[in-house]
Design a protein around this ligand. Structure first.
Ligand code: ASP
Ligand code: MG
Length: 415
């Protein structure tokens, strides 16, 4: 018997049929004797609709009222799930953010959770009542409704699991776990049984949308074990403890057979900017990247070529694709101070990354990677690394070939 937090994302509660399927998963855990707090997202894409309405109402609007509107999607789902659970004979009630309360700061639209009051929740859970909690919402210091930022229900679930001291936080979604590579392009990709928090963070920051990055950071800090699993599998077909389904996101100490490389990720969401023939003298990098930082544009990879003539050099860097136009504008606006011959931007690139905590203690992962790519004739345009990740920037046309090549190179292909 354990205390569990179960979280159901938008696709898992998209309509009443899906809400019934979610309820069946809750029932399985209740029947197994577990105490359950359930966190829900808004139904399907409801939040997008709510956001659109606030914009249409007035393009410049009060962020406190924005939160009143967009937090409402979760309220509908949690009431409906409580009704469905009750109809199945399970004692359940909804707890809105302000009723618990989930205390946050006053950064409306992107609030941070400060504290969750759990005394009454715990008592009721012990009595066998299921608590259904809307994700995404909280209460500001002056008692206004806040929201945690898009995708924030994951963070609500992790924060609640930490506050309740839950055994696990089960994230029910539309995929059945985290894979060693994108199954759409690597048919041999395998579902990982376990992945460490740090690896999950790298994966999440590369655009995998399974978990909100902040929720993984929070889980790591509070050592909340997360189980990513599918709500689309029939509830009764799964083992009652659930531990054999899905992928467990946990501390690396819990992973006994650690691979050197645990997965290959890629993202198309980046763009490349190249400044041709920039003057090669002190202070140029500061003059390029200072204004970009001032414009809140995040720069990821940077390559400065050695100059042939000692006078000028080419400078390449990447930004998020959505920031490309702005980045080009910023650079053009300071052309006089920087001095370059030509400026180019392109989105025909992808970033392919090899991730694994085992890299900390194993040398040679990078050289293997570079050799394998060169053997396929794939040119590397930029490289960046962290302790547990190596990323390369390549021509988008080679994305699939690169991912497949690396996936088999590091022995990740299923037998
Ligand atoms: N419903 C919110 C959103 O769509 C929060 C969430 O689902 O995590 O962003
Ligand atoms: Mg989500």
């Amino acid at each position: 018997m354990a205390l569990l937090v179960l979280k159901f994302g938008g696709t898992s509660v998209a309509d009443l049929e899906r809400i019934r399927a979610a309820a069946a998963h809750v029932k399985r855990e209740v029947d197994a004797g577990n105490q359950c707090a359930v966190v829900v997202s808004a139904m399907g894409h409801q939040t997008d609709q709510l956001v659109t309405w606030t914009r249409e109402a007035a393009s410049l609007h009060d962020a406190r009222e924005y939160d009143v509107v967009v937090s409402s999607g979760e309220q509908v789902t949690c009431g409906l799930l409580a009704i469905v659970l009750q109809a199945m004979g399970i004692p359940a009630r909804s707890w809105l953010g302000w009723q618990i309360p989930i205390r946050t700061d006053d950064a409306h639209g992107a609030a941070r959770i400060l504290n969750i009051e759990t005394d009454e929740l715990k008592q009721r859970l012990q009595r066998g009542e299921v608590a259904v909690v809307p994700g995404f919402q909280g209460l500001s210091p002056d008692n206004r409704v806040t929201t945690l930022g898009r995708g924030g229900s994951d963070t609500s679930a992790v924060a609640l699991a930490a506050a309740l001291g839950a055994e696990r936080c089960d994230i029910y979604t539309d995929v059945d776990g985290i894979y060693t590579g994108d199954p759409r392009i690597v048919p041999q990709a395998r579902r990982m049984e376990k992945i460490s928090y740090e690896e999950m963070l790298e994966t999440a920051s590369l655009g995998a949308k399974v978990l909100q990055t902040r929720s993984v950071q929070l889980a790591m800090v509070h050592q909340v074990r997360l189980l990513v699993r599918s709500s689309f599998e029939p509830a009764d077909a799964l083992p009652a403890d659930g531990i054999q389904a899905g992928t467990l996101v946990c501390d690396e100490d819990e992973i006994v057979e650690q691979q050197v490389v645990s997965g290959i990720a890629y993202t198309k969401d980046e763009a490349k900017v190249t400044l041709i023939r920039v003057e090669d003298k002190p202070g140029v990098a500061a003059r390029v990247f200072g204004p970009l930082a001032d414009a809140n544009i995040n720069v990821d990879m940077i390559v400065q070529n050695v100059s042939g003539d000692g006078q000028t050099t080419d400078l390449t860097f990447t930004v998020a694709a959505v920031d490309l136009e702005r980045a080009l504008e910023v650079i053009k606006s300071v052309k006089g101070e920087i001095g370059y011959e030509d400026l180019r931007g392109s989105t025909d690139i992808v970033k392919v990354s090899v991730i694994g905590v085992g890299m900390r203690s194993h040398a040679g992962v990078a050289s293997q990677m570079f050799r394998a790519l060169s053997e396929k004739g794939i040119n590397i345009e930029a490289i960046s690394t962290s302790e547990i990740k190596i990323s390369v920037l390549i021509d988008a046309a080679y994305a699939e070939l690169a991912v497949r090549t690396l996936h088999s190179l590091y022995g990740l292909d299923s037998a």
